[in-house]
Ligand binder design. Structure first.
Ligand SMILES: [Zn+2]
Length: 207
């Protein structure tokens, strides 16, 4: 359940969790909710999340009764089971604890980052992230090509990174295999007064 934080970078928890996740996150990096339990209860009432479960090193919420009308699987059928399995991945939901400050969550597949204005590829994005970590409050990205200034959250991370204090993680979803429906994003916005977006995390198979 907890993030592995090293040097301010938030990495996936390799012991528990899944290798592949859909991440829903508020687009204001510093945003957090005053009362997370009420928010979680709303997700339950919507049928997005179901019962709590723990299984070995995994824990979270089973998918709720309305899950498949809030998330669209783009293929024919979801590839992963929605019931706990002893081996391999299954689809469940985890709501991360709220971190003290925004963290950078990146997929191992993150390669390409672009300026939100001129689409220039920022090849030194790792350096950009390091600079942001140094001074999160005052950091502004300056595009070397067009001179556009942007907060780090506005760079085009190609849905492979998020900058946030907390997130909803839907485990067992492969990159681009499923997308949140507008009704889900709208409901999250209504609950929190901020716009939500999504990205994917995946861990590359080393073999
Ligand atoms: Zn630019």
């Amino acid at each position: 359940m907890e993030f592995g934080v090293s040097n301010g970078l938030l990495s996936m928890n390799k012991q528990g969790g899944s290798m592949n996740k859909l991440i829903l996150y508020p687009t204001e990096a510093d945003f957090h909710i005053a009362h997370q339990p009420a928010f979680i209860e709303t997700l339950r009432q919507m049928g997005f999340i179901g019962d709590l479960f723990t299984q070995r090193k995994r824990g979270g919420y089973l998918v709720g009764s309305n899950f498949f009308s809030l998330i669209t699987f783009l293929g024919c059928l979801p590839f992963v089971p929605i019931e706990p399995t002893n081996e391999g991945e299954f689809c469940y939901i985890d709501i991360s604890p709220i971190q003290k400050e925004a963290q950078f969550l990146a997929s191992s597949r993150l390669r390409e980052v672009r300026c939100p204005k001129c689409r220039n590829e920022e090849k030194n994005w790792q350096q950009v992230v390091a600079q942001w970590i140094e001074d999160k409050k005052n950091f502004k990205y300056e595009c070397p090509k067009c001179g556009h200034y942007a907060p780090i959250t506005r760079l085009n991370w190609k849905r492979k990174a998020a900058i946030t204090r907390w997130a909803i993680e839907v485990h067992g979803i492969y990159e681009s295999e499923a997308v949140p429906n507008d009704s889900l994003l709208q409901a999250l916005k209504q609950q929190t007064d901020v716009v939500w977006d999504y990205c994917y995390q995946s861990e590359e198979n080393k073999s």
